[in-house]
Design a protein. Sequence first.
Length: 176
Amino acid sequence: MGIGPHEHFGICAAVDVHYLSTGGARAAAVLAADAAFVHVLAERTAVVAMVSPYRSGEFYLRELPPLRAVLADVSELGLLVVDGYVDLDPSGRPGLGAYAHAEFGVPVIGVAKTRYRSATHAVPVERGSSARPLLVTAAGMTAADAAELVRSMAGRYRLPDALRRADGLARAGSGP
């Protein structure tokens, strides 16, 4: 039997990062008591003054410092949902989610909006009225269980509400 949306993970966090024109980044997290993100506990942002320049295949070098900052004092973190891929191909080439899994030691669900050519293993998940599926990968749980959790997440649109809100906060949150 798989993991369900009411499984207790501790604190669940949906996160996103936006890069600022100043060279830094703003990370946002939506924290919830449940994996469906129905019971939102808090929203937060954190700004990191400088991040690594973009390097193809090393996206995690830019993303992890802002994620560390926004999740720094979250106790009982039990599940992390990231905008992107956990792994980039069926052989397990690590993406942001794999590095986040190693960093935070919790299950990570990657929810990508666009297809990455080598990520043929990602599980397509249709939500809302969109015909374009989200592409789900995972670490610390099966991709099938992760896809089921994404299907059950709060929100009637293609992208779950928690990820939509994290994106909005990262883009427009307080700070520079």
